[in-house]
Design a protein around this ligand. Structure first.
Ligand SMILES: [Fe+2]
Length: 354
């Protein structure tokens, strides 16, 4: 005879500790390793890179047709995530874009700051093709300390699972918030512009990456010209060294203009971030503050997020259990030496943020 509801309820609460243990065991057995083991982070403490050399950068967005006919074909659907930044796009494969289409992608990302491409085949293209496509936007940065892919130091691998809680390790266990706003490797003389990020494994139903706009900062029009900020790679290198990781290149400290100008759109952006900006030259150290203009880019299988590191800061958001695996890859083309923005008495670029 089938058990009654009352019997079932009694059995269900009979040994909650055993039930909890069983639940954990079931969770563990579901975890069979990364879906893309080829991209598992590779750390070689003996791997060394020479200092980066300066190069001429012409932004692909500056060559693009503003109408973007090669990118925004009739099959494409777009959705504006917020009025000022963020566009979701489907019906186009990045892998199928012509050179003109890639130029237009750079312009769209410069205009919208972050573009979320849905249902992409990008993660299955293989490393050679992934690098070939993203090289269109500039030489790919090779990270001095983070996990890369054996034989392909162009990949910056983000990896977290139950045994490897990088959020906790990097931010410290005592922090209330694990948000870590930054613009990628802003300490480099030529920091990145158009930046590609794609997920291989993610927390269900989805993981997230937040992006925050540093442009449209209300007080930026009052900022005197000539101010510069120090961006440092030292903390990142020391952190890697302490945990026995690689330091492939001597850590650099670079001064950049406090307010830079985008080479394609002419937009001015406050170029400081919590992760790497250490001080403003001539001023006492104080944590930079940010505007509240932000979006959340929600990942789904096949999503590729492309953002412009020159005019945004971003943070991963560990708002899911640490037992979940999060495996993602970034390809980070470098762009121009930041150029200081010039100000007029009243700047219409910032009128909307007042
Ligand atoms: Fe980042």
């Amino acid at each position: 005879m089938a058990p009654s509801v009352a019997q079932l309820q009694q059995e269900a609460v009979a040994d909650p500790i055993q039930a909890a243990k069983q639940a954990v065991k079931t969770e563990e057995t579901k975890t069979e390793g990364p879906s893309y083991p080829y991209y598992f982070p590779y750390f070689d403490v003996d791997e060394k890179f020479p200092p980066l050399e300066l190069f001429d950068h012409v932004d692909p967005g500056s060559r693009a047709d503003p109408a973007k006919p090669h990118l925004l074909t009739p099959n494409v659907q777009t959705n504006q995530i917020s009025p000022y930044l963020g566009t979701e796009i489907s019906g186009v494969q990045i892998s199928q874009l012509s050179k003109e289409g890639l130029d237009e992608l750079a312009l769209l990302v410069a205009e919208r700051k972050v573009v979320v491409f849905r249902d992409q085949d990008f993660k299955d293209l293989g490393p050679e093709k992934q690098i070939e496509i993203t090289k269109h936007f500039g030489p790919i940065h090779r990270h001095p300390t983070s996990g890369n892919v054996k034989g392909y130091p162009e990949f910056h691998v983000v990896y977290r699972d139950a045994a490897h809680d990088r959020f906790r390790e990097y931010s410290g266990a005592n922090r209330v918030s694990r948000l870590q706003w930054h613009s990628d490797v802003s300490y480099e003389k030529q920091p990145p512009g158009t930046t590609f990020f794609f997920i291989l494994d993610q927390a269900t139903p989805s993981s997230s990456h937040k992006l925050r706009l540093t442009t449209a900062f209300p007080r930026v029009q009052e900022t005197p010209e000539g101010l510069r900020a120090v961006h440092s790679a030292v903390f990142q290198a020391e952190f890697s060294q302490k945990r026995g990781g690689p330091v492939r290149r001597e850590p650099v400290e670079t001064e950049h203009p406090l307010v830079r100008v985008h080479p394609v759109t002419g937009e001015k952006a406050l170029y400081i971030n919590q992760g790497f900006t250490r001080s403003i030259v001539g001023y006492k150290r104080k944590n930079p503050t940010f505007s509240q203009l932000l979006i959340r880019a929600r990942y789904e299988p096949g999503t590729v997020v492309v953002w412009d590191n020159r005019v945004t800061a971003h943070s991963a958001n560990a708002d899911y259990p640490s037992t979940f695996r999060r495996h993602a890859v970034r390809l980070t083309p470098q762009a121009e030496v930041p150029k200081e923005a010039k100000f007029e008495a009243y700047d219409k670029n910032f009128a909307h943020a007042e």
